[in-house]
Design a protein around this ligand. Structure first.
Ligand SMILES: [Ca+2]
Length: 263
């Protein structure tokens, strides 16, 4: 009981008095945005980002997708079949051969072998073929407002607004339903933190393949990837793959496909 009272008090102290409440529908979205603009500003979001926030629309498509998320419990074999693992491996090997110098440079710089990066690229967007059609800023701001997982999405909403500030995305940039962007579907907060300008044009662009794949390798390295070490089940690097996607069938698929591409 004492513990409950303590937690409750802490909760009240932790939430600013002026905070507009989250919502489960579009009602209150504009008032929340106005309040969130102050939070964003305090977090360092600049003028362009704030303008993008003001222009963000409540994304009913995102909320519909979020409410309809089903959790499947596929066997590894079934999961790999559904995700087209054999095709990803075949095409992945061709891609590695075609762009050998690029992937070698990536491994040289970040220590992550081509197979892993190519497997992620194939799994996430079919090598850039399906990068989504939801406006990223509106999607992520809607999820930050939505009561279900506000706390998780608020840092990503701030990240998205900062990406607008930096010119990495615009308010019109499209991604997946939960605001994942570019070739490997980074959530905006991760994009902001781990983005790399690999093609040297002065801009981190997740819709540019070189930038997106270098950012992905950088992310894994920062999450503890050990260069030159194996990444099969039971290894240290295998646990790092979980940082990319928490589903164990996804993690295991990446390690298997990566090894097949790298063979
Ligand atoms: Ca670039």
């Amino acid at each position: 009981m004492i513990r409950f009272v303590f937690s409750f008090c802490f909760l009240i102290l932790a939430v600013p008095v002026s905070a507009a409440p989250c919502g489960n529908t579009s009602a209150g979205f504009d008032a929340w945005k106005a309040d969130f603009a102050r939070t964003a500003q305090r977090a360092g979001v600049g003028q362009r980002g704030l303008q993008a926030l003001a222009g963000a629309r409540y994304s009913t498509g995102t909320i519909a997708a979020d409410r309809n998320q089903k959790s499947f419990r596929y066997s590894l074999e079934k999961f790999m079949q559904i995700r087209g693992a054999a095709t990803i491996v075949n095409q992945g090997r061709q891609r590695k051969t075609r762009d050998a110098a690029f992937y070698a440079a990536l491994e040289q710089r970040f220590g992550v072998p081509a197979g892993v990066i190519i497997a992620i690229h194939g799994m996430e967007t079919g090598f850039g073929r399906f990068m989504g059609d939801s406006p990223v800023v509106s999607a992520i701001v809607t999820l930050a407002f939505d009561c279900r997982r506000s706390e998780f999405f608020i840092p990503h909403a701030i990240g998205a607004l900062k990406l607008v500030d930096r010119g990495s995305i615009t308010p019109d940039t499209k991604g997946a339903k939960h605001g994942e962007l570019g070739h490997t579907q980074f959530l905006p907060g991760n994009a902001m933190t781990y983005g790399v300008d690999a093609n040297g044009d002065g801009r981190v662009d997740f819709y540019d393949q070189s930038d997106a794949l270098a950012s992905t390798a950088h992310y894994l390295r920062q999450k503890g990837w050990r260069p030159g070490q194996p990444y099969g089940k039971g290894t240290h690097n295998y646990t790092v793959l979980k940082e990319w996607n928490a589903a164990s069938v996804y993690q295991e698929s990446l390690s298997i496909m990566g090894a097949q591409i790298d063979r």
